[in-house]
Design a protein around this ligand. Structure first.
Ligand SMILES: NC(=O)C1=CN([C@@H]2O[C@H](COP(=O)(O)OP(=O)(O)OC[C@H]3O[C@@H](n4cnc5c(N)ncnc54)[C@H](OP(=O)(O)O)[C@@H]3O)[C@@H](O)[C@H]2O)C=CC1
Ligand SMILES: O=C(O)C1=N[C@H](C(=O)O)C[C@H](O)C1
Length: 230
């Protein structure tokens, strides 16, 4: 993603302050930057939050595989600086989440919701951040807590799917940039909402747009839907 963002920045005329890999000096980078963009690994989050707060600059977080403690740390840091965190920076997925929330709010709990995703062989986290974002949108539409209604990886199950559950299935292979489908399965009918990322540049473009939008905002936690006015 670092390379994709550098490519987009070159096209938009922004200056790239630099980049850090694991063990890099993110605090020094933040000190000479207007905004930080994080596509790395959950282990880098704490250092990135400290760097953004230390420099008093906004932070865009695209890193996935975040757990509850990471989200608590983001919420705390967002009291000091503006932070936008999202499992997917693309325009298409942001709109898709909006549509899924709407559909789930209109259809009753007898419509089972399953989320299927496929990514390249190098991806380490599952389900993807996007799948979780879409699951969260479906749960919000349905008025339930995702954490209490998730079925993920049914290997070894000998029971029926739990009523009202939101199911997740993850496939990995090849060079797939990102495929997501949300299936709403009712009695004798089925609705499928899908998004296909043909290239990683869509995520980079969205991240740059988010960074541009975040500069000058008040401290707080933001999402891609705020950038797109959804
Ligand atoms: N929100 C979105 O729209 C998208 C999110 N992503 C997410 O972004 C993340 C990165 O994806 P991708 O670019 O494919 O991954 P890569 O593995 O290609 O790159 C990760 C980069 O982060 C660096 N890194 C790893 N750990 C740390 C650390 N502790 N401190 C600082 N840097 C670190 C790595 O450095 P080194 O090489 O030294 O290990 C590497 O440069 C993933 O979580 C992915 O799911 C990806 C695409 C879109
Ligand atoms: O790791 C990736 O490649 C991607 N990660 C994000 C995710 O976890 O959903 C976004 C996109 O699907 C690509």
């Amino acid at each position: 993603m670092g390379k994709a963002i550098a490519e987009v920045l070159a096209d938009t005329g922004h200056d790239l302050g630099g980049g850090v890999d694991a063990g890099g000096d993110v605090a020094s980078l933040a000190d000479k930057s207007e905004v930080l963009v994080d596509f790395s690994a959950p282990g880098a989050l704490q250092g990135n939050l400290h760097a953004a707060i230390g420099a008093g600059i906004p932070l865009v977080i695209g890193t996935t595989g975040l757990g509850e403690s990471h989200h608590t740390a983001i919420n705390n840091a967002a009291r000091a600086v503006p932070i936008l965190q999202t499992g997917n920076t693309s325009l298409g997925v942001t709109l898709l989440a909006h549509l899924v929330r709407e559909a789930a709010s209109k259809l009753g709990p007898d419509w089972d919701i399953e989320i299927v995703e496929m990514h390249h062989r190098h991806k380490v986290d599952a389900p993807s951040g996007t799948a979780l974002l879409l699951g969260e949108a479906a749960a919000q539409g349905r008025g339930i807590e995702l954490a209490d209604n998730t079925e993920s990886g049914r290997d070894g199950h000998t029971v029926e799917r739990a009523e009202g559950a939101i199911g997740f299935a993850a496939l990995r292979g090849g060079t797939v940039a990102g495929e997501h489908s949300v299936i709403l399965a009712g009695e004798q009918e089925r609705l499928t909402f899908s998004h296909s990322a043909e290239n990683r540049l869509i995520f980079a473009r969205g991240a740059v747009k988010a960074a541009e939008w975040l500069i000058g905002k008040q401290a707080g936690r933001y999402a891609m839907a705020d950038v797109l006015g959804l």
